[in-house]
Design a protein around this ligand. Structure first.
Ligand code: NI
Length: 654
């Protein structure tokens, strides 16, 4: 179902604004207009952040249609003339500037130049700089127009000359022709340090000439000589439409109810998740979103050691979102949400089809055959998928929330795109990467994601347990040594975190509510179940370990504070480290029967393969949020058989 724009507008008019609705285009324009009255921002302020300031939780939870909840916009703006950064709070009810705070010692995320609204213009200027052209000529590159310069965050290695400046590293590749895959030909040894406030070259770094790799690495259809011919069409049809309903940003799907939100930094945000049980909507999650991510690389040569990108906090995965195409990105009966975004000058617009929502068949939900009476019961599983895709330079990430009929939630990241490529001289075999084509190396790296889960398991007062499975000692009660049991430990204060995964203890964590009990008299809980995970291979004193401390453990928890949103702090760009989780946890707040926020980190270790070249088949990573004594029994018994054959008796063949 592709919703007609006119229909969508008509629906939007009828739906009252909810306090959690993201800012509309009109609200962004208005907020920017009000912010610009602050003369500190100068003549040409640049806007890093323009988001709805989420109201107090109590106001949201007690909200009923018609109630007034103050509507506020939060902005981060930069005065590019003097580099000053301001946080502003604007009332959208009274059109007043409520607060303007000068924030010192930070750099906002990537926003480029004070003249150029588009990095491509800036890139073109750099490419034709005479010093840069001279460096290209030393490498036999005569046409600067074929060069690509990707801006990368510069990290923070304590270089005095970089202090107080807003800088980025431009990394360079060259295309053979205008539209081929430029990443096949890295210009090794050449980097441009860019002063983002002045829109000019700060320094050209030439670490020495390495030959440009000789081969193409094309994946586009026009370069493919032939296609396999044995594929028959697959069509997903739902003749009666999907089983969900959408009202504004509220989604109802079977027993699930949730709200869809979006920010330029986090991308998709899921709010107010409940599951209906015995006629009552039971809360599970107040807010869930990616809080931060980082991709640290493992090569020490030239300036590759500086590669450690916080794609969320330094770039903004929500700003880099794709508009999705029916039949390509999404198959079947799709509902798309558009989002309101803005350019660096604060000019707002709608980006179409950013969030994709649909249902998927997911194999068998549950099954049993009772052989004695010849009876089989089987139910098919179906899941609700809410997702978006983003392009950050060479890489693509898809962020997927899956909701299942048995009360489970999966969070999954899909990694694809082109691996970051560098070049080595002929016959050199790199130690810290894989040769994916002659003279082309993809360095070893990792992708870490931290998801902030403001849990609300049957209410706001929750406690966290670590659950290990342990071998029981040999004793009179365990003479045969076969006994194993569960060891459950309450993690009662912030200093008990971070915790690490332990697959050999089958470790998971539960978020429990001591004032709500299940049928067996135990506190109800949801568990955080790890998937693939890893720890950094960086030394403890490596710069990134401080800047991205959230990757040094997997399970973190804090007591709720509305201003603690991002695992590496509010301003990770060029930050030396120590902000975010380690700072907030230093107060060692008690976490028993408190409003607990979970911060789950998962890492994907990427030792590149030849098969990842020239474009990478999707790699999947994530974790699960599963009911664990939350329901009194399998909550999906009432899922009907999908056809008469599926609850067969006697002669029936399934
Ligand atoms: Ni990777």
């Amino acid at each position: 179902m592709v919703v007609d724009d006119k229909v969508k507008e008509a629906v939007a008019e009828e739906v009252a604004q909810h306090p959690l609705d993201p800012l509309s285009v009109e609200e962004i324009d208005r907020a920017v207009g009000i912010a610009k009255t602050d003369t500190h921002l100068g003549e040409t302020p640049l806007f890093e952040t323009i988001v709805m300031r989420e109201p107090d939780k109590e106001q949201v939870l007690n909200y009923q249609t018609g109630n007034h909840v103050p509507r506020e916009a939060f902005l981060v703006a930069l005065n590019p003339k003097n580099g000053e950064v301001y946080e502003l709070l604007v009332s959208l009810d009274t059109d007043e500037l409520l607060e303007s705070k000068h924030i010192t010692g930070v750099q906002p995320a990537f926003i480029f130049g004070d003249q150029e609204t588009n990095f491509l213009e800036f890139e073109s200027k750099i490419k034709h700089d005479t010093r840069f052209v001279a460096a290209l000529n030393r490498r036999g590159i005569t046409n600067p127009d074929l060069v690509m310069i990707d801006p990368w965050p510069i990290s923070n290695f304590g270089n005095k000359s970089e202090e107080g400046k807003r800088l980025a590293v431009g990394r360079c590749w060259v295309r053979r022709e205008r539209t081929d895959n430029g990443y096949a030909r890295p210009i090794e040894g050449l980097s441009v340090i860019i002063d983002l406030n002045k829109s000019e070259i700060f320094e050209i770094q030439d670490f020495g000439v390495v030959p440009i790799p000789p081969e193409d690495g094309n994946y586009a259809a026009r370069y493919q000589e032939s296609f396999r011919t044995d594929l028959k069409p697959i069509e997903i049809t739902q003749p009666e439409g999907p089983s969900f309903t959408v009202t504004g940003n509220e989604v109802k799907w079977q027993k699930w109810q949730l709200r869809v939100g979006y920010t330029p930094r986090e991308g998709l945000v899921i709010h107010n998740v409940t599951y209906e049980d015995q006629g009552k909507a039971r809360p599970i999650l107040y807010r869930g979103a990616l809080s931060e991510m980082v991709v640290p690389y493992g090569d020490p040569t030239n300036d590759h050691y500086k590669k450690q990108v916080f794609d969320s906090g330094e770039v903004g995965i929500g700003k880099c979102a794709n508009s999705l195409e029916l039949g390509c990105d999404c198959l079947g009966e799709i509902y798309y949400f558009d989002v309101s975004l803005y350019d660096i000058t604060g000019k707002a617009g709608i980006q179409k089809n950013v969030i994709c929502m649909h249902e998927e068949d997911f194999g068998v939900l549950w099954k049993h055959t009772d052989n004695r009476i010849g009876e089989t019961e089987v139910r098919r599983s179906r899941r609700l998928v809410v997702s978006f895709f983003t392009t950050v330079g060479n890489y693509e990430y898809g962020f997927f929330w899956y909701f299942y009929q048995d009360g489970s939630i999966d969070y999954q990241v899909k990694l694809t795109g082109v691996v970051n490529s560098s070049a080595v001289p002929p016959n050199v075999k790199p130690k810290n990467g894989t040769l994916v084509a002659p003279q082309v190396v993809a360095h070893n790296h990792q992708h870490y994601f931290n998801v902030r889960l403001d849990m609300m398991v049957d209410g706001q007062q929750n406690s966290v347990y670590e659950v290990d499975t342990v071998r029981d000692p040999i004793s009179a009660d365990n003479q045969h040594g076969n006994a194993f049991s569960v060891k459950k430990t309450v993690l009662s204060e912030e200093n008990d975190f971070p915790r690490k995964v332990d697959p050999f203890a089958a470790r998971y964590w539960t978020v429990a509510n001591h004032s709500s009990h299940n049928y067996m008299g135990e506190p109800v809980s949801y568990k955080i179940a790890p998937g693939e995970n890893v720890l950094p291979f960086h030394h403890d004193d490596a710069v990134i370990m401080k800047r991205a401390a959230f990757m040094t453990g997997h399970m973190w928890a804090t007591e709720y504070d509305r201003d603690e949103m991002f695992a590496a702090g509010n301003y990770p760009n060029q930050h030396a480290g120590g902000d975010g989780l380690p700072k907030w946890m230093s107060g060692n707040r008690n976490l028993e029967d408190k409003d607990v926020v979970i911060w789950y980190t998962f890492g994907h270790n990427h030792i590149p393969r030849l098969e990842d070249w020239p474009v990478m088949p999707v790699a999947y990573t994530g974790f699960s949020i599963r009911p664990s004594g939350f329901f009194d029994r399998n909550p999906a018994l009432d899922v009907p058989p999908s056809s008469a054959h599926c609850n067969c008796q006697g002669e029936c063949k399934c």
